[in-house]
Design a protein around this ligand. Structure first.
Ligand code: SF4
Length: 442
């Protein structure tokens, strides 16, 4: 049963630092105080400042959707920020503001005592793992270097990861003392600080010892969802971090297969996709590879397309946005098609008119169709998911598992839709290669 106790009474009238001057509201933490997972971000943004709730803007929606997609009910998680008031123009909080606001964070951690702490982004990592972490005397490594080293697998394997705890003098907000001041004499955590400590899943342990209380939690360092929205590289890392959280909490079994499915809805993402395709090392030695292409559309037209040219990998490109983004998404697809030996569909008859209506022509001489291959090979039934289950022995996601047929694609959980669509391109590619082999041997 979730329990709700206010861990930070008085925070809404806090004026302990200058961030209080320009805020609309204090954004206190949200979630049950007996939550197993504690998510820590950097600072409220504009939407949060106006609504008074953490992680409710675009990045927050991504966080909540991705938690949900991985079997974690967002309302079962305690979500908060390192500072509770919005810094002007969304600048990073200063170390003084972080240290001052830390009294509230400490109270939240004391109350929740989570099994796992998910640190979103560099600031949260700095705040909780302190400036000296990892090995004595070193500053916290940048997240890009830290990332992966503190993951489930590595933490299990590495004995040399020891995390350091921090002490704050006067952790109570009303004690009249130097609350929130970071003392210099951080000390090493005891043996429970080892990254190999027990419990389900993985992650590294860290101790937080305000005024004698010690809480040992596993810690997962993650990319911030705002960074994930800016770059597909961070997006795939962010999604993996949430999957890791789900595994650590034991709510998700390890997938049978590891997929590298990404989604794109920015021009930078489109550039990265194209660069990845154009720099395909195999193209230099064996020529261009076939490209599997799948579309998701409804009465509003093309919603997204997905491509795959390597098994277990796929990119889903959302086709909604302003006209310059859409134009770029269109051009990217044309270039992908131009730089492919064949373009493989599962039921080209359905996809090609949708692509044409969206302004992308696929030359018929390049088109291959797995439904035709399957027909010639006398396979049945001919649906993509049935073929993938029967021919490849894969567990697949079906669209009806994700949505009611009356729900518009735009109203669906976009993270799950992207995964589903990229999966379809991946399945199409795998079936194409399998059937091609069978046809050549027939
Ligand atoms: S940021 Fe934290 S310490 Fe500063 S005024 Fe807001 S609640 Fe108080």
């Amino acid at each position: 049963m979730p329990s709700y106790v206010d861990p930070t009474p008085g925070v809404t009238s806090c004026v302990r630092c200058t961030l209080s001057k320009r805020r609309h509201s204090v954004v206190r933490g949200e979630g049950p105080t007996n939550a197993r997972a504690f998510v820590l971000g950097e600072a409220p943004g504009e939407t949060e400042d106006l609504s008074g709730r953490p992680f409710v803007g675009k990045a927050g929606r991504l966080l909540r959707d991705t938690l949900q997609a991985n079997g974690i009910d967002p309302s079962s998680v305690y979500i908060t920020n390192s500072v509770k008031c919005r810094p002007p123009a969304n600048r990073k909080p200063t170390s003084g503001e972080l240290a001052t606001c830390n009294v509230w964070l400490t109270l939240e951690l004391e109350a929740v005592q989570p099994d796992v702490i998910l640190l979103l982004g560099q600031t949260a990592i700095d705040v909780l793992l302190t400036r000296r972490v990892y090995t004595a005397g070193r500053k916290t490594p940048k997240i890009t270097r830290l990332y992966g080293k503190m993951g489930v697998e590595d933490a299990r394997q590495r004995d040399d990861l020891t995390y350091w705890s921090s002490w704050w003098r006067g952790s109570r907000p009303n004690d009249g003392n130097h609350a929130g001041e970071l003392l210099q004499d951080d000390g090493p955590l005891d043996s429970r600080g080892s990254g190999t400590s027990g419990g389900t899943g993985g992650g590294a342990a860290v101790g937080i010892r305000p005024e004698g209380l010690q809480v040992t939690s596993k810690v997962i360092c993650a990319y911030h969802p705002a960074a994930a929205l800016r770059s597909p590289r961070f997006m795939s890392g962010f999604v993996r971090d949430i999957e890791r959280l789900a595994e650590t909490l034991g709510v998700k079994q390890q997938a049978d297969e590891q997929h590298a499915y990404r989604w794109v809805h920015s021009m930078e993402g489109l550039d990265e996709l194209l660069a990845c395709r154009l720099n395909d090392p195999q193209a230099y030695t064996e020529g261009l590879r076939p490209l599997a292409l799948d579309t998701e559309f409804d009465k509003d037209g093309l919603h997204c397309y997905s491509v795959s040219w390597k098994e277990s990998e796929g990119w889903c490109v959302f086709f909604s946005g302003d006209s310059s983004y859409k134009d770029w998404a269109r051009r990217t697809l044309r270039e992908l098609v131009d730089n492919s030996s064949q373009v493989v569909f599962h039921n080209a008859k359905a996809d090609i008119p949708v692509l044409q209506a969206a302004g992308v022509r696929v030359p018929w001489e390049k088109v291959q169709d797995t439904i035709v291959q399957a027909y010639v090979l006398r396979k049945a039934p001919l649906g993509l998911k049935d073929l993938a289950s029967n021919e490849l022995g894969l567990k697949v996601i079906r669209l009806e598992e994700l949505r009611d047929p009356d729900v518009r694609l735009a109203d669906m959980d976009q993270a799950r839709l992207a995964h589903y669509s990229a999966q379809d391109a991946d399945l199409t590619l795998r079936l194409y290669h399998k059937f091609r082999k069978e046809l050549s041997e027939a």
